[in-house]
Design a protein around this ligand. Structure first.
Ligand SMILES: Nc1nc2c(ncn2[C@@H]2O[C@H](COP(=O)(O)OP(=O)(O)OP(=O)(O)O)[C@@H](O)[C@H]2O)c(=O)[nH]1
Ligand SMILES: [Mg+2]
Length: 199
């Protein structure tokens, strides 16, 4: 997959604005400020593609990026930013939940965690749900550059152990969207998802 060909398609606040449910979509999900947009920028080597915000919770829509006619990446709104008004939080929740439940072309989730705060409630809920739905999840322990190699290894084995409890085969790796650490490993993890038959 040539990620550098990614182009911004559209930003949707309501699901009926999404393009037809065909081809293959992979979604990037995670808590607010975990680095979802930065991961997308690193993957596509395009720093202006997804808006990277220093103010958490700024990506309020589902932003869709096209790799080619049939393959898309969805940058989902961050979850768990406390300062968001409750009615807006509710809207996001409904948006994400409905997208996850109804989007047939969704073939996998990239779950981004800040390596310093792994497996928070939201992350566990996502894993539970994905497990029940038999949806593939690849976890990025992002911002690895903030920890020593030894601390990185410890968190990696902790999370590896936690996900081995699930029936659905989830995977996890170290990543740094800023440094580009783990980029090849990420691409290898995603490759089989793109090949799943586009229904
Ligand atoms: N040190 C370090 N900082 C990172 C890394 N990835 C992201 N950041 C920083 O973390 C902050 C949040 O990054 P975003 O990519 O906007 O995070 P997001 O998950 O898209 O946030 P929302 O869209 O608000 O949910 C920014 O200041 C980034 O520069 C990383 O690998 N290392
Ligand atoms: Mg974002």
């Amino acid at each position: 997959m040539n990620y550098q060909k990614a182009t911004f398609l559209l930003s949707v606040a309501n699901l009926h604005q999404l393009p037809p449910d065909a081809g293959v979509e992979i979604a990037i999900i995670g808590r607010s400020n975990a680095g979802k947009s930065s991961v997308l920028n690193q993957l596509t080597k395009n720093n202006s593609l997804a808006r990277v915000s220093k103010t958490p919770g700024r990506t309020q829509h589902i932003n869709l990026f096209g790799l080619d006619e049939k393959h898309r990446i969805a940058d989902l709104p961050g979850y768990g930013y406390a300062k968001v008004p409750p009615n807006m939080k509710k809207h996001w929740q409904t948006l994400i939940n409905t997208y996850l439940y109804e989007r047939q072309c969704l073939h996998g989730l990239i779950l981004v965690m800040d390596i310093r705060h792994p497996l928070k409630d939201f992350d566990l809920q996502m894993l539970e749900w994905a497990n029940a739905s038999e949806l593939a999840v690849h976890i990025l322990l992002n911002k690895s550059d903030k920890l020593t190699p030894n601390q990185q290894r410890k968190t990696l084995s902790l999370v590896s152990e936690a996900i081995s409890e699930y029936g659905t085969p989830f995977s996890v790796q170290l990543f740094s969207a800023v440094k580009g650490q783990g980029l090849d490993e990420l691409k290898s993890a995603l490759a089989p998802w793109w090949k799943k038959s586009a229904s």
